[in-house]
Design a protein around this ligand. Structure first.
Ligand code: SF4
Length: 158
């Protein structure tokens, strides 16, 4: 059976910065019957829940991996180390389960893939990956988001 890494918040775990989840019925339906490995990179990196929201400033997750951008909270605290730690912990979990794919939460500075918040805390999005997505993709793991799945489902419905 193929193992798929999944953002824990998409399964209903209340691990988001605001103490809520992002449960996705469509994601759960799509992967029904597959072995899902829940991960929350921010918690794995040692951050508590709830926690202040953070965004990537000066680039995207790939730039954070290359140490040319930082992850900063809305209060101005640098959490780059925790985000990097969480990304590497997530990669270790993926390897230990031989996961070759991941479905992660869209737009997040950790889990987003293709689009992330732009670092201004205004809800604006820019092209780029979160820190964990960038690391997983560099290691050859296919990353998709809940938004990709929602889009696929609605195009099939129309
Ligand atoms: Fe955790 Fe990722 Fe969900 Fe944020 S988006 S709460 S880091 S699993």
């Amino acid at each position: 059976m193929t193992s798929v890494l999944i953002s824990a918040c998409l399964l209903g775990v209340k691990c988001r910065h605001n103490g809520r989840d992002s449960k996705s019925k469509k994601v759960m339906e799509k992967f029904e019957g597959q072995e899902l490995i829940p991960v929350c990179p921010e918690q794995l990196g040692g951050l508590s829940t709830p926690r202040p929201p953070a965004e990537i400033v000066g680039g995207d997750g790939g730039d954070v991996l290359d140490r040319c951008a930082s992850v900063i909270t809305v209060q101005g605290e640098d959490k780059t180390r925790e985000f990097l730690c969480g990304a590497h912990q997530t990669l270790e979990i993926a390897k230990s389960h031989n996961a070759t794919a991941a479905v992660l939460k869209s737009n997040s500075p950790s889990c987003g893939c293709g689009l992330i918040y732009d670092g201004t805390f205004t809800g604006e999005l820019v092209d780029g990956d979160g820190v964990t997505s960038a690391l997983l993709r560099r290691q050859g793991i296919q990353v998709m988001t809940d938004a990709d799945i929602e889009t696929d489902e609605s195009s099939q419905e129309s």
